[in-house]
Design a protein around this ligand. Structure first.
Ligand code: MRU
Length: 345
């Protein structure tokens, strides 16, 4: 199952010929390889195995997966199709726990399915396409808002990959960096993002594809980089933002926020409103995904009776008081610890 849609300008997800083409991000930067999926369980597996990753991209993939499910099961003589789609939605909801965009997209699709008139297949495909397009538009708008806030700031550090690969296109944190870079050249640093190396494999690749120079750092070099005075802002995305402004994002974000406070560096979080979980009062209740030890435990220790295991939480929660601004397509909330983000609802 493989093909190469469109010449690459970084598309994580492409809907074509009534299938979903997913760029396999596990193979980047060496290989640009797309898999085509025609069923929802296949897309759930692509999310679980991180062929597609990044909160908004996970949500968009799930929306297309619901459309695929309706396309597969809907038939005038199939009285069970709604139950079959519901079963697929349950499988999708179990694919990854932390990014709320997944659950947001599934509930948008479910609501639409419950209320729609006309052809369910066309309706669901159009709703997924709309979710995808709206995400790109939101990113572009957030890019401008974020670039206004950065003004003349020179040194920018990002973490993980919150770019076109992690979204419908353009990116959240990387969208702001793209927009800021169009206004004037900045010094852009990317943390490698252990253990999965989203920064080293995806972010710098994406920047290079866009002709934006960047410097990769080991995560452990961040403190020294800040101490050197070369960084004005840290700019990251989010997987789930609680109502009080606490932010779950890629493991290591919290460390960067603590370091930023110590060094007088500012912290910007960029995320669409679909990343805000208004029902979650604070970050303490956010489920943090734990992934396999094998993501970084050397094979040597993976034998039976080994005394060595690994602890691999892949997100952490940054308290709102360590964040200077949260940028969304509905505007920016400065000092979110004061009032939270409920005003964006
Ligand atoms: O485990 P991942 O690669 O899905 O984690 C991604 C992140 O933590 C991103 O920073 C976040 O989803 C925002 S992407 C716009």
């Amino acid at each position: 199952m493989s093909s190469s849609p469109n010449k690459l300008k970084v598309h994580a997800l492409v809907w074509q010929d009534r299938q979903l083409s997913v760029l396999d991000q596990r193979q980047l930067p060496e290989q640009v390889h797309y898999d085509n999926f025609a069923t929802a369980p296949e897309v759930a597996e692509a999310i679980k195995s991180m062929r597609v990753r990044g909160a908004p991209a996970i949500g968009i993939a799930a929306a297309y997966a619901v459309a695929l499910s309706v396309q597969q099961h809907y038939a005038a003589d199939n009285t069970e199709w709604r139950q079959q789609v519901a079963a697929d939605i349950t499988i999708l909801a179990a694919s990854r726990p932390t990014a709320v965009n997944l659950f947001w997209a599934l509930s948008v699709m479910q609501e639409k399915l419950a209320l729609m008139t006309g052809s369910p297949v066309i309706n669901m495909i159009n709703t997924a396409l709309e979710i995808h397009q709206q995400d790109i538009a939101a990113n572009q708008y957030m890019g401008e808002i974020g670039a206004d806030i950065l003004a003349d700031a020179q040194g920018l550090l990002t973490h993980c990959n919150a770019g076109a690969l992690a979204t419908g296109g353009y990116g959240t944190a990387l969208g702001v960096i793209r927009s800021a870079q169009k206004r004037k050249a900045r010094d852009i640093f990317a943390g490698e993002t252990r253990p999965w190396l989203q920064g080293a494999r995806l972010t710098v690749w994406e920047l290079a594809e866009d002709n934006i120079p960047a410097t990769l750092i080991a995560d452990s070099a961040a403190a020294m980089l800040m101490q050197s005075g070369k960084i004005d802002w840290i700019i990251v995305g989010a997987d789930r933002i609680a109502a009080n402004g606490d932010v779950a994002n890629k493991i290591g974000t919290y460390s960067l926020a603590v370091l930023a406070k110590h060094h007088g560096v500012k912290m910007m979080v960029v995320a669409p409103v679909s990343t805000i979980d208004f029902a979650m009062p604070n970050g303490r209740q956010i489920e943090i995904e734990q992934r396999a030890a094998s993501e970084f435990l050397p094979d040597y220790y993976a034998q039976e009776n080994s005394l060595i295991d690994a602890w691999n939480p892949v997100f952490d929660v940054t308290p709102a008081e360590l964040i200077n601004v949260i940028v969304t397509e509905r505007g920016a909330v400065f000092n979110p610890f004061e009032q939270g983000v409920s005003e964006l609802k």
